[in-house]
Design a binder for this molecule. Structure first.
Ligand code: F6P
Length: 537
């Protein structure tokens, strides 16, 4: 976008807008700024927009390269330019009949074969037909990965807990902190444990170290090479490295360079979820994501849910200068969603240069944070309500609960709606004063207390209602956020699909590790040098 566009946005943002007044003036506001896509209802009426602002934002989308870039992504073009890769996670949830090809490879057939291999393994495990090296059936699966190779399956397994049909226990191991692996193997028996090493690159230090530690645990418990081969599986695009690690070729499920780590839940990275759900429900997850893909491709921009969420985000970041975005699922099962979307959004769009490598003049991705409601209400919502910071928030609520405690669910929903209402309307000084007086306070007490009770209001939020937290709607919800991130990347003209920024820290850790482990000496800056000495002492 030319810098004039961002200047215009900043100009628009200077005009005052009061949500209470907007609602009072327009009885249709709640229905005009609302949309249903794939069964998910989005109410975006409590945002700091009016028709002039909204038309301006839509105009930005229309003038951008959004429709052509969207077509390029869905056609498998190499839009990840810095790595010369296609960005084709949507192919993973397209029907086989789509007959997708890439560089003469039959992508649809490859995906179908991968899913078939995954489904066969899942069937074998869930029917307790997969026996370990002592002949006992496998009862536990350890999934080793990090970032996109961990966050997606971990979040989704949590989210769809009520759909669990697997007799197996699933354990996740990420992080190089030895506490993770030490804890994970506690109480497990290698003879009944299957290990999956999930790493697209098969070069990620944390995953390799954890895999080595767990292999050692097998050896320490008397497993020989043949036993380990029976118990270790991988999913990776680096077959050679996986094989060198000692994983049998028929135990390696494919990954492709056209699927980014943070977009890989739909591939064999989703195996823990598939194990837990069974193949029918896993296919429902894919169907939900595919439905959102179709909505994203076909709906006009003004009625396109990912586009709407993206434009609102751009408005807050580039127009109103907001730096963070809260993601507040009113669902215990969705409590890991903020971490998942954190990687999706911040690793994708947290960039400093545009596609051509020129320094960006406009801010990009927000800091995504959040946790399950209502817990947050007793922690950080205070800041949302009364601090001067403006924090746009997405509230997500499944309408039908996955439990029988109907009254709990009514209370949960009441809190969800009340929060968006309170953020929007706030409490004026008059209202606060009257409240104190109505409670029997004196005028003097009211004058003293009322200012503390004032909430400025005019704080923006979206509310997303899912009919229920089923595999289908979870798939659609995740694809919605994927596409929102994509649209924003297009508007900022950045490559949302590389992550060079994480490399520097990885590079710098090697010489420090060499010093800490006594292999070599290296000079460092004074602070790092001192920290190393303190650590060694
Ligand atoms: O953090 C960088 C990153 O490359 C992520 O993008 C990725 O999801 C994660 O590391 C794990 O990578 P891999 O699957 O190659 O081990």
């Amino acid at each position: 976008m030319p810098s004039a566009v961002w200047r215009d946005l900043a100009q628009l943002a200077k005009q005052p807008l009061n949500l209470r007044q907007e609602f009072a003036a327009d009885p249709e506001r709640a229905t005009r700024y609302a949309l249903n896509a794939c069964g998910i209802e989005l109410d975006y009426s409590k945002n700091l927009i009016n028709d002039a602002i909204w038309q301006h934002l839509l105009g930005m989308a229309q003038q951008s390269e959004l429709t052509s870039k969207r077509a390029q992504m869905f056609a498998g073009d190499k839009i990840n330019s810095s790595e010369q890769r296609s960005v084709w996670h949507t192919a993973l949830r397209a029907p086989l009949s789509a007959n997708l090809t890439l560089d003469d490879a039959d992508i649809s057939a490859e995906i179908s074969a991968c899913h078939a291999q995954m489904f066969a393994l899942v069937e074998q495990l869930n029917s307790l037909q997969y026996s370990g090296y002592t002949g006992e059936p496998i009862t536990d699966l350890i999934w080793i990965g990090i970032g996109g190779s961990l966050l997606g399956p971990q979040m989704a397994v949590e989210a769809l807990t009520p759909y669990n049909i697997s007799p197996l226990q699933i354990h996740f191991a990420g992080n190089i902190d030895g506490a993770v692996v030490s804890d994970v193997v506690k109480g497990l028996d290698p003879a009944t444990t299957l290990v999956f090493v999930a790493s697209k690159s098969f070069g990620t230090e944390e995953t390799k170290q954890n895999a080595l530690a767990i292999r050692q645990w097998f050896t320490d418990n008397g497993a020989d090479q043949a036993a380990i081969a029976r118990h270790f599986w991988a999913t990776s695009s680096n077959i050679k490295a996986a094989a060198e690690f000692g994983i049998e070729s028929d135990h390696i499920l494919p990954m492709w360079d056209w699927v980014g780590g943070r977009y890989s839940l739909w591939s064999a990275i989703g195996l823990p979820l598939c194990l837990m759900l069974g193949t029918v429900q896993f296919n429902q997850l894919l169907a939900g994501a595919h439905a959102m893909d179709q909505h994203f491709q076909q709906a006009p921009l003004a009625e396109n849910m990912p586009v709407i969420l993206a434009l609102l985000g751009v408005w807050y970041i580039n127009g109103l200068g907001c730096q963070t975005q809260a993601l507040l699922p009113y669902s215990h099962y969705l409590r890991l969603l903020p971490s998942y979307v954190q990687q999706l959004d911040m690793e994708s769009n947290g960039k400093g240069v545009d596609i051509a490598g020129d320094t960006l003049t406009a801010a990009t991705a927000p800091v995504i944070w959040g946790d399950a409601g209502t817990n947050g209400q007793h922690a950080y919502h205070q800041l949302l309500h009364q601090s001067a910071l403006a924090v746009p928030a997405d509230f997500i609520l499944p309408v039908k609960p996955a439990h029988d405690l109907q009254d709990h669910h009514h209370r949960l929903a009441a809190h969800c709606f009340a929060q968006t209402q309170a953020l929007m309307q706030g409490k004026t000084l008059d209202e606060a004063t009257n409240e104190v007086l109505a409670a029997g306070g004196t005028a003097a007490q009211a004058a003293e207390l009322a200012p503390h009770k004032v909430s400025p209001g005019n704080k923006p939020s979206n509310t997303l209602l899912l009919p229920e937290l089923s595999p289908f709607y979870l798939g659609a919800l995740l694809a919605l956020y994927e596409h929102k991130v994509f649209v924003q990347g297009v508007l900022w003209n950045i490559n949302s699909f590389d992550q060079w920024g994480v490399e520097l820290g990885k590079q710098l850790s090697t010489p420090i590790y060499q010093v800490l482990s006594g292999q070599k000496t290296h000079p460092f800056d004074a602070s790092t040098e001192r920290l190393i000495k303190l650590f060694q002492q």
